[in-house]
Every structure is written in structure tokens, then in C-alpha cells.
Design a protein around this ligand. Structure first.
Ligand code: Q9C
Ligand code: ZN
Length: 342
């Protein structure tokens, strides 16, 4: 299987994440992709290729123009305001405030475009996000051209990024951008299967009212897990999108037996919907030792996940999302890909 990778993703090296009232070194670190790349090479998964550049048009196909401009200019604006730390949102248009007038001040704009305070913006964030979506697009382009599976070593991840919001370490929604690209190339219906521990709220929001993308997500129940405010089972889609959004919220402590029952149901629904291409939002934070998650998948379970995905027989693009047990991230991500090819 071909892997797409770029050093440009390493240009985001945030120093701060607000975590339990402290500023810590972010869980979403540059070494994550370096370790996965190392494992790809160790097991001889296949060629590692640099991405093509696709520009902003495919980003603007799923994200709001004002939002993209904000991500592009935030760091400069923040520095122009004389700030020394990284850009962190701290006020939001919550229930009792107005959200229809976008502020001019950088602090207000940050609150408008942020969904959580865990994700600081620093030098290189926009450049890394651009490289990440180019990796996703290149992987999808390869799958479309050849029918062969591909792996996009995306970083930063994407699935929490909504049409006009960043958060959960995500800026551009790589999976949504790749799925939309497939549609624009003539595919009639794409499935996005999100196996990251966290609900893919951004992907859900982007495609919620549409029937050309089936979104299915297995995740920690939002009653007790990030992102807390989306991902319930009764979110089934809107308008013509009704029935094309499938959430499988699962309790903390879920292990592979229960997890894979939800997986098999999602695979059946993907089959029944006649999807022609599969995008896998491949977070490996469902791993038993993930430091910020609560499922109990083992490294071997990830291999079995890959095997079951292959039973769909669809052209498939895997895009890296979360996974923070840095020691094992390479093993777990590559186990899925090896299982798929077995
Ligand atoms: N600092 C992905 O897996 N956790 N994002 C915040 C408090 C947010 C995870 C913890 C988790 C986001 C792509
Ligand atoms: Zn996650």
C-alpha cells in the first residue's frame, strides 16, 4: 500500500495545550507521524511518496472562506497584537450571547472560530494543515486513479474540524476534503467510517444534510467523552441526509467484542447504502493504553479491524486522525493497514 507523507506537517510544533487547568506540551506531537512512518518502513508496507499540492479550492469546497482566512492569518494577527504565548481561545458565543456578528478583535475572532481551548495556534499551524490536506487529497487521488488502497499520514488530524471551526487538534477536515474530492471526480456516494475514539463532530456537521456521504462513527459516548456536545445515537441526518449519519456511542471501557459489533453494523450499513469509495478516519486512540481515551482495543485488535474493513471490497483511503500512546501508535496504525492487505 502506498503511503503519503511530508515533513511539512512537522511545521506545527505547539508548546501549549490547556489540559486540566494546566498548560502542558500537546498530546498531538510531531513525533506521532515520524513514528508511524518508521513503522511503515519497518514492516515494508510499500512506497512512501510525497504529496502533490492542490491549493485552497478543495479546502473551500467544505470549509467557509472566512474561516480559512482566519486560520491562514491567525498567527500573524496574534503576534501583531503583541502576544507572547500561543493563540488560545478563551471566550465564546455561548448560549446567552450572539453568534451572528463576527468580532474584529483577534480574541473575539478566536472565540468565533474555535470550538475548544485545547488547540493552540502557533507558527506553522496553517502550513502544516495545508500539507495535511494535500496528503489526504493525494491519497484519495491515488485510490481513485488505481482502485488501490492508500494511507495518508495526515497531521494535524481533521475530524473535529467543522465547516467554520477548529478544535480537538484539528484545523482542516482532511477526511471531508478527500471525500468531497472523490465526489467531485465523479463518485456518486462515499462512506466515511470514523474509528477514532472521539466522535468526528466536524465530519458529521459538514455532511449532515447530504446523502452523497454516509458518515459512520464509533466513539466514546459524548455524555462522558470529548467533544461532549455531539455524537449521540439520535443524530441521524437532516433533510435528504436523513439516514446517512450513523453514530455508535459506546461506554468507557469498551473492548473489541462490543466495539466490533458496532463496527459490523456500520459495515453492513455502508454496504447497504451502495457506497463506492471508503474513507477511513483512522484514529488509533481506541487503544487500551491511550493516555486521553477510554476504550480497550489491543494492538492485535487493530489488525482484525483492518481485515474486517477489507471485506467491504471498496477502494479505500486511510487517513491518520488521533492516537496518543506514542510508543505504540506506529504498530497500531500499521496493523490496520497490514490486516487490510492480508
Ligand atoms: N486537554 C483527536 O483525536 N482532548 N482529537 C482534550 C484536554 C481533546 C482528540 C483534552 C481530544 C481531541 C483527533
Ligand atoms: Zn481522537
Amino acid at each position: 500500500m502506498l503511503t503519503f507523507y511530508s515533513d511539512e506537517t512537522l511545521r506545527r510544533r505547539a508548546r501549549t495545550e490547556l489540559d486540566g487547568g494546566r498548560l502542558v506540551v500537546p498530546y498531538e506531537s510531531p513525533e506521532r507521524v515520524e513514528l508511524v512512518l518508521k513503522r511503515v518502513r519497518e514492516v515494508g508496507l510499500g512506497e512512501v511518496r510525497a504529496p502533490e499540492t492542490f491549493g485552497l479550492a478543495p479546502v473551500l469546497a467544505v470549509h467557509d472562506r472566512g474561516y480559512v482566512d482566519f486560520i491562514a492569518g491567525c498567527w500573524d494577527e496574534w503576534q501583531a497584537a503583541g502576544r507572547t504565548g500561543e493563540a488560545i481561545a478563551w471566550i465564546w458565543p455561548t448560549r446567552t450571547l450572539r453568534d451572528d456578528v463576527i468580532p474584529e478583535h483577534i480574541d473575539g475572532r478566536l472565540g468565533h472560530y474555535a470550538q475548544s481551548a485545547d488547540t493552540s495556534i502557533c507558527a506553522g499551524t496553517f502550513e502544516a494543515a495545508m500539507a495535511s490536506k494535500d496528503i489526504a487529497l493525494s491519497a484519495m487521488a491515488h485510490t481513485l486513479a488505481t482502485g488501490e488502497p492508500s494511507f495518508g499520514l495526515c497531521r494535524p488530524p481533521g475530524h473535529h474540524a467543522a465547516s467554520d471551526q477548529f478544535g480537538g487538534y484539528c484545523f482542516f477536515n482532511n477526511a471531508a476534503i478527500a471525500a468531497q474530492h472523490a465526489l467531485d471526480e465523479g463518485v456518486a456516494r462515499v462512506a466515511v467510517l470514523d474509528v477514532d475514539f472521539h466522535h468526528g463532530n466536524g465530519t458529521q456537521e459538514i455532511f449532515y444534510a447530504r446523502d452523497d456521504v454516509l458518515f459512520a462513527s464509533l466513539h466514546g459516548d459524548p455524555r462522558s467523552c470529548f467533544p461532549y456536545f455531539l455524537g449521540h445515537a439520535d443524530e441521524t441526518g437532516r433533510g435528504r441526509g436523513e439516514g446517512y449519519n450513523l453514530n455508535y456511542p459506546l461506554p468507557a471501557g469498551t473492548a473489541f467484542v462490543a466495539w466490533s459489533r458496532a463496527l459490523d453494523d456500520a459495515l453492513r450499513r455502508i454496504r447497504d447504502a451502495g457506497c463506492e469509495v471508503l474513507v477511513v478516519s483512522l484514529g488509533v486512540d481506541a487503544f487500551e493504553h491511550d493516555p486521553i481515551s477510554a476504550f480497550r482495543l489491543t494492538s492485535d485488535d487493530f489488525t482484525e479491524l483492518g481485515r474486517r474493513l477489507a471485506t467491504l471490497g471498496l477502494p479505500t483511503t486511510f487517513l491518520l486522525e488521533g492516537g496518543y500512546a506514542v510508543e505504540e501508535i506506529g504498530i497500531n496504525a500499521v496493523n490496520v493497514l497490514s490486516g487490510f492487505e492480508a
